[in-house]
Design a protein around this ligand. Structure first.
Ligand SMILES: Cc1cc2nc3c(=O)[nH]c(=O)nc-3n(C[C@H](O)[C@H](O)[C@H](O)COP(=O)(O)O)c2cc1C
Length: 196
C-alpha cells in the first residue's frame, strides 16, 4: 500500500474477531513502531506486546474494576462518565476484545517521551492498515498510569521501574462486514495557515 493512501484510509477499528493474529504480522507492526523517529535518536521506547488472552482478560478486569470505583463528577466529559458507568456495570472492555495489545512505555524523565510514543503509535497504526489489521489507540492504560494495582500487574509483565505507560494499541482482525473501513473523510478541523 502506498504510504499516502495508507495515511488517508487509516481509521480506528472498535470491533475485532477473536482469531489470533500470526506473530510474524505483529512483529512487522512492532518493527514499524521501532523504526519511528525518537528525539535525539535515543530509541528508549519499550514495547510490551501482550498476546496472552488470560493476561489480556485480567487487564480488562483491572481497568473495569478501577474505573468502576471512580466517582462521576458534574464537570467530567460525557465519554468519561460513560466509561465509569459502563465499568460499574461490568460492561466496559477498553480494548474492544482485540487479541493483541501493544503497551508503549517510556522513561518519564525524558522531555520527548510523549512525542516519541505518539509517532511510534502512528507508525504501528499505519502498518496495521497496510497489513489489513484493525487497530485502535486505547488510552485507559495510560490514564490509569498511577493506579497501583494496574502498575503492579504491568511491572510483572516487564514494565521497568523507571518506565511509565504513554499509550497502548489494540490490534486484531476487524469484525466488520467488508473488512477495514477505509473511507476517505473530509478533514474539518486542524486548520492550516499558508504564508505564500
Ligand atoms: C491520543 C489518542 C487517544 C485515543 N484514545 C482512544 C480511546 O481511549 N478509545 C478509543 O476508542 N479511541 C481512542 N482514540 C482514537 C480516536 O478516537 C480516533 O482516532 C478519532 O476519533 C479519529 O477516528 P479514526 O481513527 O477512525 O480516523 C484515541 C486517539 C488518540 C490520538
Amino acid at each position: 500500500m502506498d504510504i499516502l493512501e495508507g495515511i488517508k484510509t487509516r481509521h480506528s477499528t472498535r470491533k475485532f474477531k477473536s482469531n489470533p493474529v500470526p506473530k510474524e504480522l505483529i512483529e512487522t507492526v512492532i518493527d514499524a513502531g521501532r523504526r519511528a523517529p525518537t528525539g535525539g535518536n535515543l530509541q528508549q521506547i519499550h514495547f510490551i506486546v501482550i498476546m496472552n488472552q488470560d493476561i489480556l482478560k485480567n487487564l480488562v478486569t483491572i481497568v473495569q474494576e478501577e474505573y468502576g470505583k471512580m466517582p462521576v463528577t458534574e464537570h467530567m466529559p460525557a465519554y468519561m462518565k460513560n466509561i465509569i458507568e459502563m465499568s460499574a456495570q461490568g460492561k466496559f472492555v477498553f480494548n474492544y476484545n482485540a487479541p493483541v495489545l501493544v503497551v508503549v512505555a517510556h522513561k518519564p524523565v525524558l522531555a520527548n517521551n510523549f512525542a516519541d510514543s505518539a509517532v511510534a503509535m502512528e507508525n504501528m497504526m499505519l502498518a496495521c492498515n497496510a497489513l489489513d489489521l484493525g487497530s485502535c489507540w486505547v488510552n485507559q492504560i495510560r490514564h490509569l498510569q498511577d493506579n497501583e494495582r494496574l502498575v503492579n500487574q504491568l511491572r510483572e509483565l516487564g514494565l521497568g521501574a523507571d518506565e511509565k505507560v504513554y499509550a497502548s494499541l489494540a490490534v486484531g482482525y476487524p469484525d466488520l462486514p467488508n473488512g477495514l473501513n477505509r473511507r476517505v473523510l473530509e478533514i474539518k478541523g486542524n486548520p492550516v495557515t499558508w504564508i505564500d
